[in-house]
Design a protein around this ligand. Structure first.
Ligand code: SAH
Length: 402
């Protein structure tokens, strides 16, 4: 196995040796290995300044993250059989965690496959590739998925905005299997908490479903029975429909996306909860203000917004948006209410979310009790050396008059 060498400058191997998988462009010794000599996605040996190989990875000369390490050492090539091995290791965890084949199977760097996400919906797999190096391996990945899972379909949901940073086109299409005619069992379904949610592997958000909140939604069970619940940023109704299944008396799901609201209504019907769940299309901030003016009150308010802080430099503005949102949420809570607040922004530290809630509470003269800490489900493992993999945080809080 002969891979061209990507040389690192002196000392720039330390982070990789400590467990990280990324090489930034300024860490490459471009005198010995000019980045311009590589095409996006080329497989390389990553070599320290003494000439000792750290392992095998892939390169993108056009990206700030110039290379990602895939295999340590040189014993195993980066090929289909390595991907099969990584899939089997990933699968073993998920099969231990979950009784049914509905989960995130591969979470990028955390599962040793940087730039690749795979979500499993029974016999359908939805994949997302975010790097040129993984795009180059698409056929090998497809073969590996077919070998390990024998799915009915594999969809590529390769439309994430970050693909632009790797100069990759955005598209969503079927990568393996047949298009199935409507009404002949071709629908894709996520199963969670004994419920079914129809998802759209082409037109949906991200890979179609947010498995990262599953265990957090489980935690609703103790808080919602007989209660009036507001699910803000409800997407397909994940939180709200689960709350209804746990016995909530009345649930309002609110999302700005018309297709998401339509799909929520179908999911409500599908689970036989139509008399207790409403789905409304509205902007969250506008809707919360309208509810406040109308003096509506909910026993439980769930705030699960999209990432308000996509880049570190947006922190100030984004954290203010979290604070404003939480303050609005508290204003439509009953006197002794439950606030479920989340952030999926890696750049929003857990404490900053708590601080925003606390500031909002003081501003409204409320008292907050932190009850349960939320994090991403274990099918989204955190890589201890890569803080970016730890992105989802939240809290279940009790909000009382001061
Ligand atoms: N709570 C969902 C995931 C939310 S994803 C779940 O558990 O699956 C974020 C959602 O927020 C998307 O569905 C998006 O359509 C919606 N959204 C984005 N901006 C919004 C806004 N300003 N008002 C209301 N919904 C918004």
């Amino acid at each position: 196995m002969e891979y061209p060498a990507l040389y690192l400058k002196r000392g720039e191997d330390a982070r990789l040796r400590a467990g990280h998988l990324w090489v930034f462009s300024n860490e490459v010794d471009v005198a010995r290995s000019p980045l311009g000599d590589f095409a996006p996605g080329d497989v390389v040996a990553i070599v320290d300044h003494r000439g000792k190989a750290i392992g095998i990875g892939y390169v993108n000369p056009n990206s700030l993250i110039a290379a990602r390490l895939v295999v340590r050492g040189l014993a195993h090539p980066f090929d289909r059989s390595l991907i099969v091995h990584r899939l089997n290791v990933a699968l073993a965890l998920r099969e231990q965690l979950y009784a049914e084949p509905y989960y995130r199977l591969v979470f990028g760097e955390s599962d040793g496959l940087p730039g690749l996400t795979l979500d499993r919906f029974g016999d359908v797999v939805v994949g997302q590739i975010t790097t040129a190096g993984m795009e180059r391996q698409k056929d090998a990945i497809t073969d590996a998925v077919v070998k390990v899972l024998a799915p009915r379909q594999l969809w590529w949901k390769n439309d994430a905005g970050i693909r632009a940073m790797e100069q990759l086109p955005e598209y969503a299409d079927l990568g393996y299997g047949n298009h199935t005619d409507e009404g002949s069992g071709g629908e894709v379904v996520a199963r969670e908490g004994g419920l079914e949610f129809g998802i759209d592997p082409v037109g949906g958000q991200k890979t179609g479903w947010f498995y990262d909140q599953r265990e957090n939604r489980d935690a609703l069970a103790r808080f919602v029975t007989g209660k009036r619940v507001l699910d803000m940023f409800s997407y397909l109704g994940g939180w709200g429909i689960r709350a209804a299944a746990y016995g909530a008396r009345e649930v309002d799901c609110v999302d700005a996306s018309a297709p998401a609201v339509e799909a929520t209504r179908r999911n409500v019907e599908r689970n036989g909860l139509a008399n207790r769940v409403n789905a409304v299309r509205a902007d969250a901030f506008e809707h919360l203000k309208a509810l406040r003016e109308a003096r509506e009150r909910y026993d439980v308010v769930i705030l699960d917004p999209p990432a308000f802080i996509k880049r570190r430099k947006d922190f100030k503005e984004g954290s203010l948006a979290y604070r404003r949102l939480n303050e609005l949420g508290m204003q439509v809570l009953a006197r002794d209410g439950i606030l479920v607040t989340c952030s999926c922004s890696h750049h929003m530290p857990r404490q900053a979310l708590v601080d925003g809630v606390q500031q909002g509470a003081r501003h409204l003269d409320r008292q907050v009790q932190m009850l349960i800490s939320l994090q991403q489900a274990p099918d989204h493992p955190v890589h201890p050396a890569i803080p970016e993999t730890d992105y989802l945080k939240g809290h279940i809080l009790r909000v009382l008059p001061a």
